[in-house]
Write a protein that binds this ligand. Structure first.
Ligand code: FAD
Length: 620
């Protein structure tokens, strides 16, 4: 038996971040995956980030992860979404060259000290007395480890549907993990089915771009990683926009009797926020048109990804519906769209560390926990890999709080509420989103990542340099006073038209809606200011939103009073005096690890929480 400290199964987005994090945290790690060629493969659209998801990418990066760095090496069209809105909801999105992205991830995996890559299909886990001991491959090889992270994505008992025909598959062209799924179904886990889908891919040479709206990337171009730069970006290209129309919808309605979803062939629930085109046409019957983003798959391929027409209709209907759209009249499909159903596990069976409650040392991450999306998978992978290493090192598990990170929101939502449909991240899921911004992910998480062993010297030094620069510039502006009628006030009035009525610091002036950092440091008496726009941004946001941020911080403190109060694993809810049978049942079902988690169980009352606190105090 070959022996490691952590085994990660699956080389997708969750698996690669898990393996890299476990290795960075000091564990001798093995990444077992079906094919080394598919490490870091994007199963669906070649894009990273977007609203809520971009926040996760920045958090993964702040903790030393791979996703943002790979996106910087592969991004061929960049945008800042919600650029005109407040900083909390601004989000970065990169259209990626699929091949470059995969190559970047593979490079990082291959060059990570402490990490071994091995190509094999895993058919079974070794579990003894409630503790995981290792994994067994299809060819009978046995690998031993006290911690295993499973990240099998859509492969567990995967079934692919195109029209009324279906066949077993992990994603197009790849075998599913059937034996492993069977073994896991025999284990102490709650298993159910979900589904997701993808659109047909098109040969770009068959399209008429002249009738579509061009969408170039932003200028200046955003960058994902804290350590990244626009100079890493490959050649840039445009995306285009077309639309479905009444004729498209007619074709779709005509094919519904051969849709696996509407004919009842698919039992799994699909992603509400990423519905198939047939779903959109049925659910929003009054809409005459839907937007379709025509996105390049890469620089060295003609294939394009028509974002917005995911479908599992039969191929003849796919071809007909595609050709109804402007610019697509002669479209040639290179790969049909399809839906895939797969097994996932009720995430309420997990601790906040992503360790399963049923089997010690076994961690689940990614799509198998009921989420959808590369970013959601990668974020969980990083956390599970870290905690697998900490489990082996007999250190306490770590998981961020909801006020610290979107990763905290994601995990808390999953382990507390579970999910019955593929879960994706949105900024609206975070109650403290003003402080969980993309732009401050480094400040929120890099110092913690350093303590956890995830962040290397180079990143931490760069982070500390920026933090010092923000503090120094804020202090400099705070020390400069502007007095009505004084030289500075006269300069401000001449330069910006703002008349001072009372004495204030230069830093306070940034708070005024008509002034900003750039305008102030453009004045000779206040300039020249800092060169780094990221430092200037932090100085400005810190002042402009200070009132809101302070109020949010107070609210966090109030909520945190009992947030971290631990509830023992063996706490007996049955027969707790004063607690209704319904709430007893809910608490016993979730088995919250802390009072904070108990508070978030739907239907929980303040009275029930008080009762729990009293009982916990009595046990001490
Ligand atoms: P995956 O990326 O699926 O990686 C799993 C890895 O595990 C693979 O490398 C696989 O080979 C390996 N593996 C599995 N079983 C074994 C085993 N037994 N032994 C060894 N290796 C194993 N997301 C969206 O956000 N929007 C969408 O519209 C969308 N559409 C999708 C459409 C399709 C058809 C598919 C397949 C996925 C779609 N996704 C979509 C989801 C997105 O691809 C996933 O969320 C993401 O890839 C999950 O990452 P993961 O690491 O959990 O799993």
């Amino acid at each position: 038996m070959l022996s490691y400290e952590v085994i990660v199964i699956g080389g997708g987005h969750a698996g690669t971040e898990a393996a890299l994090a476990a290795a960075r945290a000091g564990a001798r790690t093995l990444l077992l995956t079906h094919s080394i060629e598919t490490v870091g493969q994007m199963s669906c659209n070649p894009a990273i980030g977007g609203i809520g998801k971009g926040h996760l990418v920045r958090e993964i990066d702040a903790l030393g992860g791979a996703m943002a760095r790979a996106a910087d090496q592969a991004g061929i069209q960049w945008r800042t979404l919600n650029a005109s809105k407040g900083p909390a909801v601004r989000a970065t999105r990169a259209q990626a060259d699929r091949t470059l992205y995969k190559a970047a991830i593979r490079r990082m995996v291959e060059n990570q000290p402490n990490l071994t890559l091995f190509q094999a299909a895993v058919d079974d886990l070794v579990i003894e007395a409630g503790q995981v001991r290792g994994a067994v491959t299809q060819s009978g090889l046995r690998f031993q480890a006290p911690a295993v992270v499973l990240t099998a994505g859509t492969f567990l008992a995967g079934r692919i549907h195109v029209g009324l025909r279906n066949h077993p598959g992990g994603r197009a062209g790849e075998a599913p993990a059937t034996t492993l799924a069977q073994r896991l179904r025999e284990g102490p886990f709650v298993v159910d089915r979900l589904k997701t889908g993808t659109p047909p891919r098109i040969d770009g040479r068959s399209l008429d771009y002249s009738v579509m709206a061009e969408q170039p990337g932003d200028d200046p171009r955003p960058v994902f990683s804290f350590l990244g730069s626009v100079h890493e970006h490959p050649r840039q290209v445009s995306c285009f926009i077309t639309h479905t129309n009444e004729r498209t919808h007619e074709v779709i309605r005509g094919g519904l009797d051969r849709s696996p979803m509407y004919a009842g062939e698919i039992e799994g629930v699909g992603p509400r926020y990423c519905p198939s085109i047939e779903d959109k046409v049925v659910r929003f019957a009054d809409k005459a048109s839907h937007q379709v983003f025509v996105e390049p798959e890469g620089l060295d391929t003609h294939e394009i990804y028509p974002n917005g027409i995911s479908t599992s209709l039969p191929f003849d209907v796919q071809l007909e519906l595609v050709r109804t759209m402007a610019g697509f009249e002669n479209a040639v499909i290179t790969r049909p769209g399809y839906a895939i159903e797969y097994d996932y596990f009720d995430p309420r069976g997990l601790k906040a560390s992503l360790e399963t409650k049923a089997v010690a040392g076994l961690f689940f991450a990614g799509q198998i926990n009921g989420t959808t999306g590369y970013e959601e998978a990668a974020a969980q992978g990083l956390l599970a890999g870290l905690n697998a290493a900490r489990h082996v090192q007999q250190r306490d598990a770590w998981s961020p709080r909801r006020d610290q990170a979107y990763l905290g929101v994601l995990v808390d939502d999953l382990v507390t509420h579970g999910t019955t449909e593929p879960y994706r991240m949105f900024t609206s899921r975070a109650e403290y989103r003003l402080q969980l911004r993309e732009d401050n992910a480094d400040a929120r998480l890099t110092p913690i990542g350093r303590e956890l062993g995830l962040v290397d010297e180079a990143r931490f030094t760069a982070y500390a340099r920026k933090a010092d620069a923000v503090a120094a510039e804020s202090a400099r502006l705070k020390a400069i006073w502007a007095t009505p009628g004084g030289a500075l006030a006269r300069e401000i009035e001449a330069g910006t038209g703002v008349v001072l009525s009372r004495e204030c610091t230069a830093l306070d002036l940034i708070k005024r809606p008509e002034l900003d950092y750039a305008a102030l440091v453009g004045l000779p008496l206040l300039g020249p200011g800092v060169d780094d726009p990221a430092v200037a941004e932090q100085v400005e946001i810190g002042v402009k939103y200070a009132g809101y941020l302070d109020r949010q911080a107070e609210e966090v403190q109030r909520q945190r009073r009992h947030e971290d109060t631990a509830i023992p694993d063996d706490f007996d809810y049955a027969g707790l005096p004063g607690l209704s049978a319904e709430l007893q049942g809910k608490l016993a079902g979730v088995r919250p690890e802390t009072i904070g988690q108990a508070q978030r169980i739907p239907g929980m009352t303040p009275a029930a929480i008080s009762l729990l606190l009293v009982q916990l105090a009595r046990r001490k």
